[in-house]
Design a protein around this ligand. Structure first.
Ligand SMILES: Nc1ncnc2c1ncn2[C@@H]1O[C@H](COP(=O)(O)OP(=O)(O)O)[C@@H](O)[C@H]1O
Ligand SMILES: [Mg+2]
Length: 561
């Protein structure tokens, strides 16, 4: 199993996550104040009881019995109300913030893409969007405010006991809070942290494997590999169970440690109280008030002590989310750059490598003019797709020039570049929406005429008209009934609808039969005078419609006759 290491310390993660609160911090303050007052009210019920007993024991207390009883009731009712407000504000913050976080992650992904989504991390990004953000809800709703509440309530109790009862008893309280809230969790945290991180990693890996197995079930059945796969799943689930047990074991031990510390603290407070009475330093009545106050005050620190179990998972999630937010994109978008209207492309001495070591493209020179269909051929893996991505600036070139109308690509406004150049990739993704909506992502305000014109240009209009609801047919409802060729033609229609002058086609016919290939190629040939096309394929047959052909070999590109 891969070991996951946090890049930041827990404190740093907490601080960064709190920084994200921004203007929501005043609601957090409301939650903390209400939570603290609520807990103090809860203590008030028993405390006023103790005050009543102290009065009965002859302590000089200014309150009448009826006031004392009334205060008990008021405290009880207020407690409920304050708790409600506290929970409400905590969750309000948490969910509001989750929306903000999702938005931030989406924005980050937008600049990181498409390079980011090409990497192997695709799965972990999806995990992040679904589960990590959910985990952070725990942090905002159930972590920050308990810590603040524990600090505030503890300080209030220390002051109260010190003034009303005895300074010695408040000293006992201070030591108890430090032990329960800090020392015990500190001792158990390193173990808990390790098992929490391991559990989460195993959980994620199991889920990924299981999902993968379900997605590939057809191929599993076809290869009669079901039994072996089932064993694998069982094995992995066994490992996950083991990690779960370990984590639960550590959590239970930590909880037991806390309980022990609480019991010892209660005994110590009682013993100190009795000793003080015996030494005539405290009356019995005030001793009872002090001791009862201390007894009832451990709730908030116990809540803090119980945090590390959750915290380790939260930290791991927070760390991943913060990593993504801090990640530098492979290319920085050019804002307010130069604008152009495509007429020609000239590539000179272009070098590129993904990892700065293995050169994918070396010293590439080529050119294309408006109205031309340029073909690029080469064996699979030679760098054809990479070349097209460089023309769209999905990746940053190492050296050389990619000039559109004589302006280097790095100087061109990124949005303007994508207005001029578009790509139809090997597989066209169709959303589970209507055909029309799927086309409109290329041009949201397109008229029906424009949609139909683009589809006619891509030779897919007639097909759409055969569907039960035409352009309003839902892709999902069609299931797998759309063939690769039809999908590809819809992709082509998107590109035509977008109206870009230069269209890059990455293996447009590799997944389709010869009939569809013929339809797609003749659709392209008809647009030849209006659009410039760069057509990539490993099949020479596709190249029949090209005006000029370049061949990629060993990273170099040569024009062939
Ligand atoms: N995102 C990436 N990171 C690292 N290497 C990559 C990436 N994409 C492609 N490659 C590698 O670059 C080489 C060229 O890939 P590609 O341009 O897709 O080839 P082609 O389209 O000609 O089949 C291949 O060896 C491929 O493994
Ligand atoms: Mg390719």
């Amino acid at each position: 199993m891969k070991k996951q290491k946090l890049r930041r310390s827990g404190a740093k993660i907490m601080a960064s996550l709190i920084m994200l609160l921004g203007s929501l911090s005043y609601i957090m303050l409301l939650a903390v104040v209400n939570g603290s007052l609520g807990f103090i009210c809860a203590m008030g019920v028993t405390l006023f009881g103790a005050i009543g007993i102290a009065k009965a024991l002859g302590e000089a207390i200014a309150l009448s019995y009826s006031v004392i009883i009334a205060m008990c009731v008021v405290c009880g009712v207020l407690r409920g109300l304050l708790r409600y407000i506290e929970q409400y504000s905590n969750h309000y913050i948490a969910f509001k913030l989750l929306a903000v976080l999702r938005d931030k992650i989406f924005a980050a992904l937008r600049t990181l893409c498409p390079a980011k989504l090409e990497s192997k991390q695709k799965g972990s990004i999806i995990a992040m969007i679904t589960s990590d953000i959910e985990t952070l809800e725990v942090f905002y709703a159930h972590t920050i405010s308990p810590i603040c509440i524990a600090v505030l309530v503890s300080i209030a109790v220390i002051i109260f006991v010190g003034t009303v009862s005895s300074v010695w008893l408040s000293l006992v309280a201070v030591l108890a809070y430090l032990t329960i809230g800090i020392a015990v969790p500190f001792i158990s945290s390193s173990k808990l942290k390790a098992s929490g991180v391991r559990y989460r990693a195993e959980f994620a890996s199991f889920n990924a494997y299981f999902l993968d197995s379900i997605k590939g079930i057809k191929d599993i059945v076809l290869n009669n590999a079901g039994e072996a796969r089932k064993e694998q799943v069982n094995e992995r689930s066994e490992v996950l169970l083991k990690e779960t047990k370990k984590m639960k074991h550590d959590t239970t031990r930590a909880a037991a440690g806390t309980e022990l510390a609480v019991s010892l603290s209660i005994i110590t407070a009682l013993v100190v109280g009795i000793l003080l009475v015996r030494a005539d330093m405290l009356t019995v009545g005030r001793m009872i008030i002090g001791v009862v106050a201390v007894f009832g005050s451990f709730g908030p620190v116990i809540a803090v002590a119980a945090l590390p179990g959750n915290l380790t998972q939260t930290f791991a999630s927070g760390d991943r989310v913060l990593n993504l937010l801090a990640e530098k994109p492979a290319v920085t978008p050019v804002k307010n750059g130069k604008k152009f209207d495509y007429t020609d492309l000239e590539v000179n001495n272009l070098d590129f490598s993904y990892d700065k070591e293995t050169h994918i493209l070396k010293d590439v020179c080529m050119n294309a003019k408006k109205g031309e269909i340029i073909g690029i051929v080469g064996e699979s893996g030679c760098g054809k797709s990479t070349f097209l991505k460089l023309l769209l600036r999905f990746w940053q070139k190492d050296s050389g020039a990619i000039n559109y109308n004589g302006t280097d690509i790095d100087m061109i406004d990124s949005e303007n570049l994508l207005d001029n150049v578009t790509m139809v990739s090997q597989t066209t993704y169709l959303f589970d929406e209507t055909i029309e909506e799927n086309l409109r992502i290329a041009k949201p305000d397109a008229t029906q005429e424009e949609l139909e014109k683009a589809c006619k240009m891509a030779s897919v209009h007639d097909f759409i008209m055969t569907l039960p609801e035409g352009y309003k047919s839902r892709v999902g409802a069609l299931g797998d009934n759309l063939s690769a060729g039809e999908k590809q033609r819809l992709g082509l229609a998107r590109a035509f609808l977008k109206g870009s002058q230069l269209i890059l086609l990455d293996e447009p016919t590799s997944n389709v039969d010869s009939i569809n290939e013929g339809i797609i190629l003749s659709a392209l040939a008809q647009q030849k005078s209006k659009k410039s096309i760069i057509l990539v394929s490993h099949r020479e047959s596709t190249m029949a419609i090209a005006d000029r052909i370049y061949k990629v070999e060993n990273g170099r590109m040569k024009e062939v006759g």
